[in-house]
Design a protein around this ligand. Structure first.
Ligand SMILES: *[C@@H]1O[C@H](CO)[C@@H](O)[C@H](O)[C@H]1NC(C)=O
Ligand SMILES: *[C@@H]1O[C@H](CO)[C@@H](O)[C@H](O)[C@H]1NC(C)=O
Length: 452
């Protein structure tokens, strides 16, 4: 009888398709995502044990808590932690970089809705979560550009330069895009470095200098062989010196790139831990705000703000009733940059009952972060965006929609599919949409808990 009830409960939860009407969302969610004590036998055992053994660490800036910084609170959690640790954070601005290591699962960052703590940092991700079963509630994750990049927001000129893994970082060695006033330059840069072919060319081109020098050296060496041994030695020394110079040049180039990346990225959160939930949180940055790197995640009632690729990575995430706000008023901007390297990889971003807001009519809903990106907007209100909708970035050789899965289902607003002329996206049928607009997209039944 108990077993049957458990099975029924599991079946109900797994078939948790998001209701069409937003007004039903809250009731539906509470019915589907019950406290763990009502889900024994379904929920991961280690999670159940952790939830039954809670511990609270209080962070207060005025010294009235267990510690004054969040990093100190995380230090108080032992490696191999088995309890739910609620880090209760008092009001204020916390200017620090917080890392929650892989060895510390079951951590919750908790703030009060009336005085949400503001976690902020520059020159690196503000909060890095590597561990499983992380939760956050009423937290502001904020990141600001480094002081050294001036007070001016400089993401425009640097754009694609700092994406180390994509073709443009190779291409930029050549094309070195510069800011042209208020205009955003990454389109030009993208067009220059079309596709992996271009990347290959650029790479070849950027390495052509050293190999040129090497072959000159080799040629000189051949000449030297016909001459005295002494001369050969001199040539070899000269060659070694040239190689050292090239090495130094390359090192300097790499350093400059790393610095550019640190200055232009404003990562509020980077999460690679599996099975994480965010409730009523804000993610404030400009470029690469939310690095949804890896794992299954829920974002509910959140705000994510930025201008370029501000939700990106290879996670498998469901964004529910969240606000996606585009900052820049003009110029080319893009919201999601899903990164999936092959169709067999089980990753993607799904936005259901979300609001896309902003005033920039050049904003793309998303662009490819790699060859097989997957992103879906469903039941969402899509405001002002670029009539082209989506962009395939550096992979035009794939053709329209060949490997890109930019999908839409029953959206509203001026930016919805019906009013767009793009060739990369596809409207889903009701049956196709089911597996995406569901809690089972992130296998929620085994781990997702209600907001603390
Ligand atoms: C958080 O703090 C940073 C740094 O002081 C600030 O720039 C930002 O506006 C704050 N965010 C909010 C939402 O208060
Ligand atoms: C390679 O560099 C040269 C200048 O060194 C430039 O003229 C050429 O356009 C570049 N090729 C590519 C494919 O970027």
């Amino acid at each position: 009888m108990v077993a049957l009830a458990v099975l029924l409960a599991a079946a109900v939860l797994v078939s948790g398709t998001v209701p069409l009407h937003k007004s039903q969302l809250e009731a539906w969610f509470h019915q589907k995502v019950k406290p763990c004590t009502e889900r024994k036998g379904i929920i991961d055992h280690a999670l159940l044990i952790a939830e039954l053994n809670k511990r609270v660490i209080k962070v207060m800036k005025d010294g009235s808590g267990d510690c004054k910084t969040i990093s100190d609170a995380i230090k108080m959690i032992p490696a191999g932690n088995t309890k739910r640790v609620i880090v209760h954070i008092g009001p204020g601005v916390y200017d620090e970089q917080v890392r929650i290591e892989k060895t510390k699962p079951f951590v919750t960052l908790f703030g009060l809705p009336s005085s949400m703590p503001n976690l902020t940092y520059s020159g690196g991700a503000t909060v890095v979560v590597e561990s499983e079963y992380f939760m956050a509630s009423n937290i502001i994750f904020s990141n600001t550009p480094l002081e050294s990049s001036g007070n001016k927001i400089d993401w425009k000129s640097n754009d694609l330069k700092s994406k180390g893994e994509d073709a443009s970082s190779q291409a930029q060695k050549n094309s070195s895009p510069k800011s042209s006033g208020n205009k955003i330059d990454w389109k030009r840069n993208d067009l220059k470095s079309k596709g992996e072919d271009a990347s290959w060319h650029a790479q070849k081109n950027s390495s052509s200098k050293p190999s040129e020098k090497k072959s000159k050296g080799a040629h000189a060496q051949t000449q030297a062989q016909t001459e005295t041994q002494k001369q050969t030695q001199t040539q070899t020394q000269a060659q070694t010196q040239t190689q050292t110079q090239i090495q130094k040049q390359t090192q300097t180039q790499t350093q400059t790139e790393t610095q550019a990346q640190a200055q232009t990225q404003t990562q509020a959160l980077k999460i690679s831990g599996d099975k994480a939930a965010f409730y009523s949180c804000k993610f404030m940055g400009i470029r690469d705000t939310l690095h949804d790197e890896q794992g299954r995640h829920l974002f509910k009632d959140c705000t994510i703000q930025g201008a370029l690729d501000f939700i990106y990575g290879s996670a498998k995430s469901l964004y529910l009733n969240s606000k996606v706000h585009v900052l820049a008023d003009n110029g080319l901007t893009s919201i999601v940059a899903p990164d999936r390297s092959s169709k067999s990889k089980d990753t993607g971003f799904v936005f259901v009952h979300c609001d896309v807001t902003g005033t920039n009519s050049e904003t793309y809903l998303g662009r490819a972060g790699s060859t097989h990106p997957q992103a879906i907007y469903a039941y969402s209100n899509i405001g002002v965006i670029n009539p082209a909708g989506w962009f395939n970035k550096l992979h035009p050789h794939q053709g329209a929609g060949t490997n890109t899965e930019f999908l839409e289902y029953m959206n509203q607003g001026p930016g919805a599919k019906t009013s767009k002329s793009d060739k990369f996206s596809k409207s889903l049928s009701a049956s196709e949409a089911q597996s995406f607009i569901s809690l089972s997209y992130i296998q929620a039944s085994t781990w997702l808990l209600p907001a603390p």
